[in-house]
Design a protein around this ligand. Structure first.
Ligand code: NAP
Length: 348
């Protein structure tokens, strides 16, 4: 027996990953509904060797559904939340619409799986689970076990974020812009605000003049506190878009409350769920987006003692933001909430 599952935003960068993750993890599916806007209604997508027709999303789309994986932007999530929940369907939402709402759990299953279960128990299973921001998930999968051991006092993060973080159209724009650059042809970006090929720029999410940060940077602060259930870590970030297609990299400088040696940090992370330590110090070889793209785990390496500050470590963390930063984390939330267990990563 399987569940009736809807994917909202099935044709998008995250949407197509949902299908592959569900397939790889053998999520029990009775019926799969692929939903998108009117633009792509009627197009076909393959799942488990069969072609499925994309349907236009309407308020009726959730009737008889057990689970809806949303990835079509905040306005769509806000518009269809009521219809989804009223239909008795669990909503796992990838957008930022409800992440900071009281009563909506913000879940990384390796860290706070109990929150996913609580969401289901509330209102007889008609809950909403929010999937955190991709930078936040990738950082916390590595940092939460260290926080448990030694307590994070302060985190200084610098991110190197891939084009696919801005959706499928941004990936295409990077490819086309790169081709035009190499052919010495003019190119005007339409999706991202600035030329991207052989360039980089601070994250293009809205600038918050009162805070002096962009929204993406503030998400790391607020969402980390909610997921860890602890507002004590002081957190600052500089988020940057770099011209690669997939997987975000993060340089994390972490000051701990208690002493934590480099050796102990490696020991903890080698055993941490969802983490792979990848490095070869003799070859100056550390995790790269090309190692991690298409992988379920968050990759960590280059852990060093910060010689400029006591009790402080530097870590280099890379994760596929379309998988652990989005589709995989959402499916894992659904596994915990609806199946009562977390399946092992199929592609660590
Ligand atoms: N990309 C990432 O790495 C990432 C990571 C974490 C979270 N997220 C979040 O996931 C969401 C989607 O991101 P994405 O990168 O997959 O974007 P995307 O590639 O631009 O895809 C957007 C999807 O939403 C659908 N859609 C747009 N407007 C719609 C409407 N009015 N009704 C129904 N469907 C509609 C699109 O369908 P059509 O084909 O019909 O246009 C498409 O399937 C965003 O909220 C984003 O913040 C993305």
């Amino acid at each position: 027996m399987g569940l009736n599952v809807a994917i909202v935003g099935a044709t998008g960068a995250v949407g197509v990953e949902f299908m592959q993750v569900l397939e790889r993890r053998r999520f029990p599916i009775k019926e799969l509904r692929l939903l998108a806007s009117k633009r792509s209604a009627g197009s076909k997508l393959a799942f488990n060797g069969q072609q499925h027709t994309v349907q236009e999303l309407t308020a009726e789309s959730f009737k008889g559904c057990d689970l809806a994986l949303f990835s079509a932007g905040s306005s769509v999530s806000k518009q269809y939340r009521e219809a989804c929940v009223k239909a008795g369907c669990l909503m796992v939402d990838n957008s930022s619409a409800f992440r900071m709402e009281d009563g909506v759990p913000l879940v990384v299953p390796e860290i706070n799986p109990g929150e996913a279960v609580k969401a289901l128990q509330k209102n007889g299973g008609k809950g909403v689970i929010a999937n955190p921001n991709c930078v936040t998930i990738i950082a916390l999968v590595a940092l939460a076990p260290l926080h448990k051991e030694a307590g994070i006092r302060r985190l200084v993060a610098a991110t190197y974020q891939a084009s696919s973080g801005a959706g499928h159209a941004a990936m295409v724009e990077l490819q086309e812009g790169t081709r035009a650059f190499l052919d010495n042809k003019p190119f005007t970006p339409k999706v991202l605000p600035w030329p991207y090929a052989f360039n980089l720029f601070p994250h293009n999410s809205p600038w918050m003049e009162d805070k002096g940060y962009c929204e993406e940077e503030m998400k790391l602060l607020k969402e980390s506190h909610k997921i860890l259930g602890d507002t004590s870590p002081r957190i600052t970030a500089t988020c940057v878009r770099v011209p690669i297609l997939r997987s975000h990299s993060e340089a994390l400088n972490v000051e701990f409350v208690k002493p934590l040696s480099v050796a102990r940090a490696y020991e903890i992370l080698r055993q941490a769920p969802g983490v792979t330590v990848l490095e070869d110090r003799s070859k100056n070889r550390w995790p790269m987006p090309m190692d991690v793209s298409g992988k379920d785990n968050v990759y960590v390496g280059r852990i060093r003692a910060d010689h400029s500050n006591p009790n402080t470590l530097d870590l280099w963390v890379v994760g596929d933001q379309l998988l652990k930063g989005a589709a995989l984390n959402a499916v894992q939330c659904a596994e915990v909430a609806l199946l009562g267990k977390l399946a092992p990563n199929a592609n660590p």
